[in-house]
Design a protein around this ligand. Sequence first.
Ligand code: GLA
Length: 404
Amino acid sequence: MTARTATRDEFQSPSLPEQVAAVRARFAELYGSEPQWIAAAPGRVNLIGEHTDYNGGFVFPLAIERYTVVAAARPRTVAAGDAVRVHSALMGETAEFSLSDLQPLRRDWTSYVRGVFAGFIDRGAAPGRLDLLVDSKVPLGSGLSSSAALEVATATLLEGVAGRPLDPVEKARLSQQAEHVYAGMPCGIMDQFSSALGEQGKLLLIDCRSETAQLVPLEDDSVEVLIINSNIKHELTGTEYADRRRQCFESARLLGVETLRDVAAERLATKRSKLGPLLYRRAHHVVTENERTVEAAQALQAGDWRRVGELMYASHASLRDDFEVSCAELDVLVELAQQVGAEGGVIGARMTGGGFGGCIVALVHSGREREIAARIGEGYAARTGVAATPFVTRPARGAHLVKS
Ligand code: GLA
């Protein structure tokens, strides 16, 4: 039995039906009609397998019970042109774009939406004029894939509008392309894949080379997924992700392989001098993280929670020391979780997502999640002066049309 209380609070998952009802009401207020189509797509949390996706490796995420909802209808007014209007409930802002000039280089919150429209147009499916409303319960910029949720929700909506369902992997690729071209972020496939293909109660062990996934059930009711947002967003120059990606590709080139997926840890150890210290550390993270990810999926299936926890802590250390994408605040959160430890109900913890701020993910024993979150939150506030935001989730259903 979990310790969920009858009244829902910030610690628990928002209700999707309630979110959809609020979106319908707001849509009617804004545009004076009922939405004709409504789609929902979740954010994701990655349990283990970080910065491996663009190296053809393994990742082990789950979709979370926090959704982006997009609603649409044909405009009521007959007008010339091909404008799409899109309102963000979060920002209280309406923007417009033209279907014949999607402006890939214009960077704002509509980039994700425009990029997905472009993907449909490229595939010969003309969405036509639309009024859109976007609402999201996925925390923004926190490593929980709010942008992928927006892309995949938009793509799911346009499947309904165009009456043309895509293969879900193709939908993930189309959304990834939107992120690359319209948002200028050269991400891997993990986020869009998890949002498009997530299933209730299941994690996805994704092989990012073949773009296939094995569904791994999280059946053990005695284990909860606890996410703690550090509420830190480091202002970076924006090139860190692309830099890491380039360093990985350069390592693979020097090792004579297509991707770092093709390198085993023993072989890498013999190539230290060829790579030099920096590239060696980057490659070492990726190669060992792939091994940890496959092993963690096996250990989770076998219910070997002690091993899953060890692998999560090892993943964090590797991201901190070898890949250098953690930050002081994430390290403090993981350290505090480790101090609570197995006796206090913590199985394991690590940073999750791209890094440099955002969230940690922890596996904890059910019934103790609030007490654990409170202890970690107190320690975190004392050491950093920042209030963390914790919440729990179960693996959630992936993108779907709510109304078509
Ligand atoms: C971001 C990217 C993903 C992945 C992670 C790191 O979330 O969008 O593709 O590379 O970082 O694992």
